[in-house]
Design a protein around this ligand. Structure first.
Ligand code: 8OZ
Length: 368
């Protein structure tokens, strides 16, 4: 029987357990620069088999929220180096989640107040978070995006490639996870609700998957497949995203990914941070995993969303290799030990999730 506490190989890394810290946006990086407080926060959680960093913008154009970190300036890379050094100093391992928000942004967050970019000029009915001059935050509707010209897409692929290179060289990450989920740019291209293009990047499933697959090939070529993962969310409604036929779309995507030799595929089951079943959006995750394996994939299968120890052990029985926990890691820095001991888990304080300082961030205690 597979156990959460058994080691596993993930790409180049030997993980001492199968418990992964999921990427968690916390909006504590003023000017997009990771802080010493962030280094402390991640180091406190270094007993995770693997930490995946909060989503990190690959370019200024890829930014969609106040105070989320970036990976495109020297100060940002230096800030991340302090984080990865702190995690490694505690014996941990950390990947960087590479992020382009696409249409989930606001002109105030974009270079020269330009429109955010998207596959098609369709505004997402969702909110982003801005900071006012006095430092207080507010939720605001996303801005109307402009459709990317096909001629701009090679530049976006290059932006992912460069971010991956900088993540593992300058910033000291052990690898990268491409954010292909939650209604952000790559998911916008994948799904019919946001992609109404008539060129090679819209219409058929292979066309809609083209940008994601080009990004994956470029990142793999740049840093090696054994340092690369990808996150997918077939049916999440997050950020106003939807697809008419997610099952064949995602089975195509994982079959195409299978030959790349990736470290892992990370699947959000259901609504991100919400129910595992989404009304009107049935999905067969076992069939998805089979499609990946039958296409010859050797990498790890990572599952996420609402897991506890019992559900996680069931998932391992059903072929998952690792399980990513999100919110439990916020309020339980020693989540691995608590799961091992079957100890009670502390609840999160919702008021301190996004923005602020140490409170609700680095002050959750470990068990004595
Ligand atoms: C919560 C708030 C803002 C962004 C995601 C990067 O859902 C996010 C995110 C989550 O993937």
């Amino acid at each position: 029987m597979k156990s959460l506490f058994q080691p596993v190989q993930l790409g180049r890394l030997h993980l001492p357990n199968r418990i992964v810290m999921a990427p968690l946006t916390r909006n504590r990086a003023p000017d997009a620069i990771p802080t010493p407080l962030m280094a402390q926060y991640y180091a406190q959680r270094a007993s995770a088999g693997l930490i995946i960093s909060e989503a990190t913008a690959i370019t200024h154009q890829g930014q969609g929220y106040a105070d989320v970190p970036g990976l495109y300036s020297t100060e940002q890379l230096d800030g991340w180096k302090r984080v990865t050094d702190a995690v490694h100093g505690q014996g941990g391992r950390i990947y960087c989640q590479l992020w382009h928000v696409g249409r989930v942004s606001h002109v105030d967050l974009q270079p020269d107040r330009q429109q955010p970019v998207a596959p098609s000029a369709i505004t997402a009915r969702t909110k982003t978070w801005l900071k006012k001059a006095d430092g207080t935050g507010s939720f605001v509707a996303t801005s109307e995006p402009r459709a990317l010209d096909a001629g701009e897409l090679p530049g976006i692929v290059q932006d992912f490639r460069h971010a991956a290179r900088h993540a593992v060289t300058s910033a000291g990450f052990d690898g990268v996870e491409v954010h292909g989920a939650n209604g952000y740019l790559l998911d916008q291209f994948l799904k019919t609700g946001a992609n109404q293009r008539h060129d090679d990047y819209g219409g058929t499933i292979p066309n809609r998957a083209r940008l994601l697959l080009e990004v994956m090939r470029a990142v793999v070529e740049e840093i090696g497949a054994e340092r690369v993962g990808v996150r997918l969310s077939p049916v999440t409604p997050a950020n106003d995203i939807a697809d008419e036929h997610p099952q064949p779309l995602f089975e195509y995507v994982v079959r195409e990914l299978a030959g790349m030799g990736l470290a892992y595929v990370h699947v959000i089951e259901g609504a991100t941070g919400g129910p595992r079943e989404v009304d009107g959006r049935p999905f067969d995750y076992a069939a998805l995993q089979r499609a990946w394996r039958e296409a010859g994939a050797k990498g790890a299968w990572m599952v996420n969303n609402g897991y506890d120890r019992r559900l996680a052990e069931q998932a391992l029985e059903h072929g998952a290799d690792v399980v990513a926990f999100g919110r439990p890691f916020i309020s339980n820095p020693d989540l691995v030990e608590r799961l091992r001991a079957n100890a009670a888990l502390a609840d999160i304080d919702k008021a301190t999730l996004y923005g602020g300082g140490a409170q609700g961030y680095t002050d959750y205690p470990a068990l004595k």
